[in-house]
Design a protein around this ligand. Structure first.
Ligand code: GUN
Ligand code: ZN
Length: 489
């Protein structure tokens, strides 16, 4: 039984949770953004991350500390919290990323975990092997076997109260990712980072990421906290949280600032291209792009990094508020409109809607139909499944609100795209009380016709008549033949 993590609220697969970090004596609310702190170059001091940005957790690289003559001793003497001046939770990575970049590193899992414990890390990481996307299956299997051995070694290291990451690899092979997740879930380790997705993020392969996260989530218990390693761009937070990720690390805020890149929830801008700052943060309220361009480089870089952090933490708050409301997918739909590959990612997520549905609360504030993808949300699927279990008998009229007619029917059900039919008694319940535009796209009618089909097939004894004047003719023509069309009224 895992006791470090507890889910408070679900919205689809997204959740607000609490990660208890015993060594730091803190509880971190998730989804959480962990700024990456480079011990050598601190663009924004950790104390400011804590006081100005309310960062509860950060991540740094113990391999860099271990390999640095001056920092290594300082970290061992003072401890990480003192060295960095940060009282929240500190996660330490192991050097696996350097391994992936440079081909080799000179520490073992046992050495680096012991070092992490000695410097006061709150969540340590073994040396996993980040297998890149699209490699031969044989390589992915071989390297995964090594990663799994390292997790087993990590289980045997005396880490005291430090929590330990169990990175999940497997390249782009979904079955390997699921198997890796099942194995990791079976260890005594605590937090589950999904590894080696950085190349996918860099090439905007959001559909592949959705499939990998889906495959990993299938292999993990619901009480497993999931970190999407290397995901720090705010434009994808809503989507990644909707997939069920709880922790994010951002090096982007600092790396992008160094190249004069300005993060927004819709993508990345270059300082050189901006005439106005489209943002309300203190940096953007008090400066113009022109002023930043004319400043000395170090000062402009720091201000850009501050803006990048404001946007990133702001988006994470927006995501959490959406989960509380139960409308995160509406935020995801809005974000998905910013890049075609993001839309692919959202569609790939909806392809696995059964998983979203399993944890989705049955009642929320209000359902907003805002795009063609709304017709594929878990709420619509759940209503369709429910339709199979309704009992109706006699002559049943299925009518849209407009053009209502009563006549001689035994029952009259309303039909609203994308849900389909529902009995009058449910009209004011979630999600049928949702807001749907009057000018709908074809997909919404097709989804509603699926609802009709389910109701009809579950009730062979009843006879059905549809009065759906405003529906596209081709969708009506595809309805089961046993259904009568009310016309001539
Ligand atoms: N940082 C980004 N990706 C990875 C990964 O796969 N493993 C580790 N340990 N760190 C990472
Ligand atoms: Zn700003």
């Amino acid at each position: 039984m895992r006791d470090a993590f507890e889910v408070r609220t679900y919205d689809g697969a997204a959740r607000i949770g609490e990660l208890r970090v015993p060594r730091a004596g803190v509880t971190v609310e998730t989804p959480a953004l962990m700024p990456v702190v480079n011990p050598h170059v601190q663009t924004i001091e950790p104390a400011r991350l804590e006081s100005e940005f309310d960062a509860e957790i950060l991540i740094t690289n113990s391999y860099i500390l271990h390999g640095s003559d001056d920092l290594r001793e300082a970290a061992l003497q003072q401890g990480l919290h003192d060295l960095l001046d940060f009282s929240g939770a500190i996660v330490t990575d192991s050097g696996s990323f350097q391994l992936a970049e440079y081909g080799e590193i000179d520490v073992t899992t046992t050495e680096i975990l012991e070092f992490q414990r000695e410097i006061g890390s709150d969540i340590g990481t073994p040396v996993d092997i980040p297998t890149p996307p699209d490699v031969e299956r044989e390589q992915a299997e071989r390297e995964l076997a090594t990663t799994q051995e390292r997790l087993e070694i990590a289980e045997g290291v005396d880490v005291g109260e430090m929590l330990v990451n169990a990175p999940i690899q497997g390249s782009t092979y979904r079955d390997l990712r699921t198997q890796a997740a099942e194995h990791a879930d079976g260890t005594s380790l605590d937090v589950f980072p999904i590894g080696a997705v950085v190349p996918l993020l860099n090439s905007y392969r959001y559909a592949d990421i959705a499939e990998i996260v889906g495959a990993v989530k299938r292999g993990l218990g619901g009480d497993a906290p999931v970190h999407l390693f290397g995901a720090g761009h705010p434009m994808m937070f809503a989507l990644a949280v909707a997939m069920g990720c709880d922790l994010f690390d951002s090096a982007a805020y600092a790396l992008y600032a160094r190249d004069e890149r300005y993060l927004t929830v819709r993508g990345t801008e270059h300082l050189a291209d901006l005439e106005y700052f489209p943002c309300e943060c203190p940096v953007c309220s008090e400066h113009t792009p022109e002023q930043l361009r004319e400043m000395d480089d170090a000062r402009a870089e720091r201000l850009l990094a501050e803006h990048n952090l404001h946007v990133s933490f702001g988006e994470m708050r927006r995501v959490k508020q959406a989960i509380r409301r139960g409308n995160l997918l509406e935020l995801v739909e809005a974000r998905a409109r910013n890049h075609p590959t993001m839309l692919d990612g959202y569609r790939a997520l909806l392809d696995g809607a059964d998983r979203l549905e399993a944890s989705d609360p049955t009642t929320k504030d209000a359902f907003f139909h805002v795009s063609t993808e709304s017709a594929r949300r878990p709420e619509v699927r759940r209503h369709h499944q429910r339709l199979e279990r309704f009992d109706v008998s006699g002559d049943v009229l299925l009518a849209s609100d407009r053009g209502a007619l009563e006549e001689t029917f035994d029952e009259r059900w309303t039909v609203t795209p994308p849900f389909g039919p529902y009995p009058p008694a449910l009209a004011e319940t979630y999600p049928l009380n949702g807001e749907v535009p009057e000018r709908l796209e074809r997909q919404a009618y097709v989804a509603a016709s699926e609802g009709i089909r389910r109701l009809v097939s579950g009730n062979p004894g009843a006879s059905f008549t549809v009065a759906l004047w405003d529906w596209p003719e081709d969708v009506l023509a595809d309805l089961p033949e046993s259904i009568d069309r009310a016309d001539g009224f």
